[in-house]
Ligand binder design. Structure first.
Ligand code: FUC
Length: 344
């Protein structure tokens, strides 16, 4: 196993983690942006399974949040404001009247401090950052560490740890777009997804959660026995249409079983298994990707990647009955998501 790094654009450092099977995870200290994940297909051919820019300058803006760490709060916050213990906090309205993905100076824009580590069977890097009290409108000085770890079992772990000196709100995620075909050969329409979720949160026309939980039974949102994504991309269900024909929804994991997602791609024989201790996931099928972006493997297009943004629901700030994203002063925040690659 080895860790290498090189300077890019004279301002960022790109680190590559390589395991004994040739699997690689590559990322920048800027935004913690994962630029490439290279994994074998069923024949052992190593190919990239995530979307990223060809020209690294474009990561500076990165309006699609390719590969980035998202915080302090991933997702949308209605009216860019919330109440905590009777006090109203105003955040940046960086998407019309809404707050999205931590605002324009969110964790996707941070130059993270990096510190590599290596043990017998794993290698990785800790990315650390301190967000000052009041930054972006959020209360509390928050120390954050996100750890990227690669094992020899082709597992990639993202561990999120944080602590705040004041009561605050926090839910972190990563915004990698996966495409298991390798080198983005086709859209993710034929990706076959299994997800342990009975319910998802309804969205309104502005992609804001209404707070209503919809039962997935007999809808394109029922992934309990597995389904190709294309079913939702082509569906006439109003919830698929609302988000630009596809998925951009928060799925709540069932509590009775290990929360997990399994994604299979037939042409490559790749399987991605995702496990997390988060209560749910936003599955976003790249409905907003346009044809204009020059990506590493070619031009972008709608549905070219799918994100599994494991996180708590920011909808809980305004709606009852959802898992909370509150963090008490000095309460350790500790979450993990595991992305394991297999083949069949
Ligand atoms: C996802 C979505 C949003 C947005 C962004 C780029 O997290 O929830 O709708 O398009 O990514």
């Amino acid at each position: 196993m080895k860790i290498t790094s090189e300077k890019v654009l004279n301002k960022w450092v790109e680190t590559t983690l390589t395991n004994n099977n040739g699997m690689q995870v590559r990322f920048l200290n800027f935004g913690g942006i994962i630029t490439e994940i290279i994994v074998p297909n069923r024949d052992g051919v190593l190919e990239n399974v995530v979307l990223g820019y060809r020209q690294y300058e474009e990561y500076e803006q990165n309006p699609n949040y390719f590969g980035a760490i998202i915080g302090r709060v991933a997702g949308r916050i209605q009216d860019a404001s919330f109440h905590l213990d009777g006090k109203r906090y105003e955040l940046e309205n960086n998407e019309e009247t809404r707050h999205l993905h931590g605002g324009s100076g969110g964790f996707h824009q941070v130059m993270w401090e990096t510190s590599p580590f290596q043990t017998n069977n794993q290698i990785g890097v800790q990315l650390s950052h301190t967000s000052p009290d009041g930054e972006g409108g959020y209360p509390g000085r928050v120390n954050v560490t996100v750890t990227y770890t690669l094992t020899n079992k082709n597992e990639f772990f993202i561990d999120y740890q944080a602590i705040s000196d004041k009561k605050t709100i926090l839910t972190l995620t990563n915004h990698t777009y996966f495409n298991l075909t390798g080198q983005q050969k086709e859209t993710v329409g034929n990706h076959f997804v299994n997800m342990n979720s009975d319910q998802f949160i309804e969205l309104n026309q502005n992609l804001l959660p209404t707070g209503k939980l919809i039962d997935v039974t007999h809808t394109p949102f029922d992934f309990r026995k597995g389904k190709r994504l294309i079913e939702g991309l082509k569906a006439t269900h109003p919830q698929n249409i609302t988000v630009g024909h596809g998925y951009d929804h928060y799925f709540l994991f069932n509590k009775d079983a290990e929360p997990s997602i399994i994604v299979k791609e037939d042409t490559s024989g790749r399987i991605l298994e995702i496990n997390t201790d988060q209560p749910g996931v936003v599955m976003y099928t790249g409905n907003g990707l346009d044809n204009q972006l020059q990506l590493r493997e070619g031009m972008s297009k709608k549905y070219l990647g799918v994100c599994f943004e494991t996180q708590g629901p920011p909808a809980s700030l305004h709606q009852q009955g959802l898992p909370s994203i509150l963090l008490e002063a000095n309460e350790p925040y500790k979450k993990q998501t595991r992305f394991a690659f297999h083949r069949y």
